[in-house]
Design a protein around this ligand. Structure first.
Ligand code: NI
Ligand code: MN
Length: 235
């Protein structure tokens, strides 16, 4: 059984087999985050999908506080290692069995650069994650537009399983909007879809209830709208 907790934007905490993984921890500066980096405890690993600030977020601080390993595409991992964290670099198409989970990096159609006041540092390709924890397969798409290879995910048996839960953006502008996210749900056909990456900023405002209705009228997938701080369990 895996327990999935939403912390706002694209940040999820996944717990299974007594292990905890955090994804894209953008907490400080996120007006919708339910918690602070210092309240995130007992994390074994942090998965970071790309170099944008709303995904790298508080990775360095939380990794150091928890002595957690950071898993990211090679170029981003190399950059974060220079910031003083332990990393495990991976890349698109590669999978690895960690003590905390089985993780595979998949495509995301997006950019990836770390942008600060002084500089724009390229950090390679962005990615999505396939994560298997305690016999539950979770797809966190990262930031992405719709791409045709999502069709593969429907019958794609990963590590002996198909996809139980898909965490996908609906915010539009930078990522898929609701219409493309609906197509993604049809192509991926997960048991559960959780919309993310919306309402954090005015430019990505969406009504998730409208998305839920589209999904549940047109597919067999259940759409779970979870608020920051809420969790659900799946086995
Ligand atoms: Ni991004
Ligand atoms: Mn983003």
């Amino acid at each position: 059984m895996a327990k999935i907790t939403f912390h706002g934007h694209a940040c999820f905490e996944i717990e299974g087999n007594g292990q905890k993984v955090l994804i894209d921890p953008f907490l400080n500066g996120n007006p919708l985050a339910d918690t602070k980096p210092e309240n995130i405890t007992n994390i074994d690993a942090i998965l970071v999908s790309h170099g944008h600030a709303d995904h790298v977020g508080d990775t360095v601080k939380i990794a150091q506080n928890n002595d957690a390993i950071v898993v990211a595409p090679f170029e981003l991992a190399s950059y974060l290692e220079k910031q003083g964290v332990k990393t495990h670099p991976m890349h698109i198409g590669g999978a690895h069995q960690f003590p905390f989970a089985w993780v595979k990096l998949v495509n995301a159609l997006h950019g990836s650069a770390f942008v600060d006041e002084n500089d724009i540092r390229p950090t390679g390709n962005p990615c999505g994650f396939m994560i298997e924890m305690d016999n539950v397969m979770i797809y966190h798409s990262g930031d992405t537009g719709l791409f045709g290879d999502m069709k593969l995910f429907k019958d794609y048996i990963l590590h002996g399983r198909d996809i139980d839960v898909a965490l996908i953006p609906i915010g539009d502008n930078f990522v898929m909007g609701p219409d493309d996210a609906l197509v993604a749900v049809k192509w991926i056909a997960p048991k559960i879809v959780v919309p993310m990456h919306y309402n954090t900023f005015p430019v990505i405002e969406q009504n998730p209830e409208e998305f839920k209705k589209l999904v549940e009228d047109q597919t067999e997938t259940e759409c779970l709208i979870i608020k920051p701080g809420e969790s659900f369990e799946i086995s």
